[in-house]
Design a protein around this ligand. Structure first.
Ligand code: SAM
Length: 519
């Protein structure tokens, strides 16, 4: 056995598994399975299979999930940088499949970093409805935000809050909630030996306490009729069936929805066989537990539940992106035509203490003027007209001179530690609008008046991702009729957006952000 398992863990697993223990323990000598999940915000599974340079074998419980083979190195391909897939442990793809997300839903991912399941939810939403992605640990929300940006999510908000405070701000608001709970991680021992080192026999009890608090908060935030999925990557009954049984006793309005997936999953332990276990000796994946719970209350119209704070009790309708003048750029309300020109203070992410300042210190003790709200929105409108030819919709939220389009009005986030209030569009510098990288990663080529496609298997794609300047003739650009070739260009890899460049006289200046570059 390659992984040295703690003695008390092995003893407990022997009791739990009986005759199956031998098969279970043998898996610790095997190489863990690896996978990718296709990002259907950008590409279909069929299309990625067609262009993929390496083998992709279907994962039975996730239609967009595929096993990769040893030596494939999917993180070292330009398609990864174009956000075409997320590298994810195969069993970890199961909980979101069971959450049943539909475009237009309001979804809360309470323990979301680094974002594997949030990016899966974003893909299922297809830009419609909203995703609120939260993690308690501030450092971890950075990777969460980056992964959501890489996948091109337009309707995601990233929070760094306690579940209790989110529930208080959004009572009965969400159609679906995922709790991918912090846990003792026993199911990951084969993949991550750090988990073995951090484990002792008291670890499960420590996590069980946290899990029960998170479940209680989720119960308040879910709307009647909504679905809650609870998952862990551990085997300990007290963190799995134990946490759920205690929750069901306290909240009788919830019941278990049988969760056997495609038949790949094993029943949960008594008293909850309707929940699911993924055992490493039975599936090609690591150990997981999943409970799908339904709130059996009737959804009530106009009850005030499901309203966002500051809405006067009115529920917010789900707004499909197309109706909002999104992808196809037709009609709908435009972001800046709204009266709601919100500002939240940058550097003070607990918004509501907002910064309508007109100057800032330039670092040398001098005061530098910053653009007013109206100037920023006007400069953005001009950019959208010139560069996109359409106007993405959403509620505009300003962090200083940085503009986001949010699926929620600013008031809904008041008092919450907000890492990203929505889709980052860009900022104003010296009166000019500088488009943000996440704007580019979420666009498709025809949504930008200037674009360029580099071959995924050619040297220029990697040069671009390394931050190098490229020589590109005017003929190499795709330009909308009547548009000057000079200016921002949406740089794509085999037709899938990766970032911005700025073209002039045959030279493409590289705008790919330093922190994202290929190393
Ligand atoms: C299993 S990991 C989540 C993995 C993530 N869902 C994914 O798919 O990438 C659990 C996460 O819960 C976070 N966490 C721990 N305690 C929390 C709490 N009380 N509320 C919210 N998040 C918490 C941890 O920081 C950690 O990122």
């Amino acid at each position: 056995m390659a992984v040295q398992l703690p003695h008390s863990f092995s003893e407990r697993m022997k009791k739990l598994l009986g005759r199956e223990y031998e098969a279970f323990s043998e898996t610790y000598g095997e190489i863990p399975h690896t996978g990718i999940r296709v990002n259907t915000l950008k590409i279909t599974a069929d299309e990625l299979q067609r262009i993929s340079p390496y083998r992709m074998d279907p994962i039975p419980w996730c239609s967009t999930g595929f096993y990769t083979t040893e030596g494939a190195r999917p993180g070292k391909h330009p398609y990864y940088h174009a956000g075409l897939y997320y590298i994810q442990e195969p069993s970890a793809m199961a909980p979101v499949e069971l959450l049943g997300v539909l475009p237009g839903d309001r979804v809360l991912d309470l323990c979301a970093a680094p974002g594997g399941k949030s990016t899966q939810i974003a893909a299922k939403l297809q830009g419609q409805g909203m995703l609120i992605s939260n993690d308690l640990h501030p450092e971890r929300t950075k990777a969460l935000a980056k992964n959501l940006e890489l996948c091109g999510a337009r309707n995601a908000v990233v929070l760094n809050e306690s579940p209790e405070r989110i529930a208080a701000a959004f009572p009965g608001f969400f159609d679906r909630i995922l709790i991918d709970a912090p846990c003792s991680g026993e199911g990951m021992f084969r993949k991550d030996e750090d988990m073995v080192r951090q484990w002792d026999e008291h670890t499960p009890a420590k996590y069980a306490g946290m899990q029960r608090e998170i479940l209680r908060a989720a119960a308040l935030a879910l709307r009647p009729g909504g679905t809650l999925v609870y998952s862990t990557c551990t085997f300990s009954p007290e963190e799995n069936e134990g946490s759920i049984a205690e929750f069901l006793a306290a909240y009788p309005q919830f019941s278990v929805v049988p969760a056997h997936g495609t038949g790949s999953f094993s029943p949960g332990l008594e008293p909850l066989p309707g929940t699911a276990r993924l055992w490493p000796h039975k599936v090609k994946g690591e150990g997981h537990y999943i409970a799908v719970l339904r709130h059996n209350g009737k959804p009530e119209e106009e009850s005030g539940e499901g309203a966002w704070p500051g809405s006067g009790g009115k529920s917010m309708p789900a707004m499909p992106l197309e109706e909002r003048g999104g992808r196809n750029g037709e009609g709908g309300r435009t972001a800046i035509s709204r009266k709601d020109k919100s500002t939240v203070g940058r550097g003070d992410s607990r918004n509501g203490r907002n910064g309508r300042t007109s100057s800032r210190n330039d670092g040398r003790g001098r005061s530098a003027a910053i653009a007013s709200e109206g100037d920023i929105l006007a400069s953005y409108a001009e950019f959208a007209r010139e560069q996109l030819g359409w106007q993405p919709d959403g509620f505009p939220v300003l962090f200083g001179e940085h503009l986001y389009l949010s699926p929620l009005p600013r008031e809904a986030l008041n008092g919450l530690r907000t890492v990203r209030p929505g889709w980052y569009i860009g900022h104003v510098r010296s009166g000019r609008f500088i488009p943000g990288h996440p704007l580019a990663t979420a666009l498709i080529p025809r949504e930008s008046k200037r674009s360029l496609s580099l071959a995924g298997d050619g040297p220029e794609a990697v040069s671009y991702l390394k931050g190098e300047t490229l020589s590109i003739s005017e003929d190499g650009l795709m330009i909308a009729p009547g548009t000057s070739p000079k200016g921002y260009v949406l740089v794509c890899i085999d037709g899938y957006s990766a970032g911005w460049g700025k073209w002039q006289d045959g030279i493409l200046k590289n705008e790919y952000p330093v922190g994202w570059r290929w190393t």
